[in-house]
Design a binder for this molecule. Structure first.
Ligand SMILES: N[C@@H](CCC(=O)N[C@@H](CS)C(=O)NCC(=O)O)C(=O)O
Length: 204
């Protein structure tokens, strides 16, 4: 067994899709361990030893366990993304990348989880009154404003920040958000969606 081969704990339709896309964009060879959340795979004593939070994504690289999707993207970005032109070298542009990645996982994902929880599960796409206000104006509009003058989140060039946010925002927009409030987001998603790694993921 190759102990330096990266191990990736994944579950379909979860935050781990963000890491899956980042790994695909970077072309990182990894061993993927797929967990079934509904079957309780993230709550087993064995998995809780890997991540005491009982959540995916998790990567294990050279014996070190890293959880939290934004930390994983930053780590992989630093390790493989700089040389590939997909993540900024240390300096102000790196700070910009870290800002968006952290915002995505802390502020945006938290608001989206509240919205998701407000959707009665038996009523596909239905959103309770005022729920959209928690996400679209306060959070997605911030992203929308940033994209007013930029092709991608860090400027003219696509980066892992776009990969990360693309998956997160795609999930949020599946929740019946009024897209007319955030007109710059759909064209950005389209630009991102032409990346071969994302095309392949959607096809698979
Ligand atoms: N802040 C974490 C959130 C991860 C997370 O919430 N993962 C969920 C799936 S979307 C999970 O693994 N849940 C397992 C469970 O609830 O047992 C991150 O960004 O990695």
């Amino acid at each position: 067994m190759n102990s330096s081969r990266l191990k990736f704990y994944f579950s379909p339709m979860s935050t781990a899709s963000v890491t899956q896309a980042v790994l695909a964009e970077l072309g990182v060879d990894c061993e993927t361990i797929t967990l079934d959340i509904s079957a309780g795979d993230t709550r087993t004593p064995a998995f809780l030893k890997v991540n005491p939070n009982g959540r995916v994504p998790v990567i294990v690289h050279e014996g070190v366990v890293i959880w939290e999707s934004s930390a994983i993207t930053m780590y992989l970005g630093e390790l493989h993304g700089v040389v590939a032109g997909l993540y900024p070298a240390s300096g102000p542009a790196r700070g910009q990348a870290m800002k968006w990645l952290t915002w995505s996982s802390a502020t945006l994902a938290e608001a989206a989880a509240r919205l998701s929880a407000s959707i009665p599960s038996a009523t596909a796409g239905a959103v309770q009154e005022n729920s959209v206000d928690w996400v679209a104006p306060e959070n997605l509009r911030i992203l929308n404003d940033e994209l007013e003058t930029k092709r991608f989140l860090l400027g003219d060039n696509y980066s892992l920040v776009d990969t990360h946010l693309y998956i997160m925002v795609g999930w949020i927009l599946s929740m019946d958000i009024d897209a007319s409030l955030i007109p710059n987001i759909a064209p950005w998603l389209e630009r991102c969606g032409t990346r071969p790694a994302l095309v392949a993921l959607h096809a698979g």
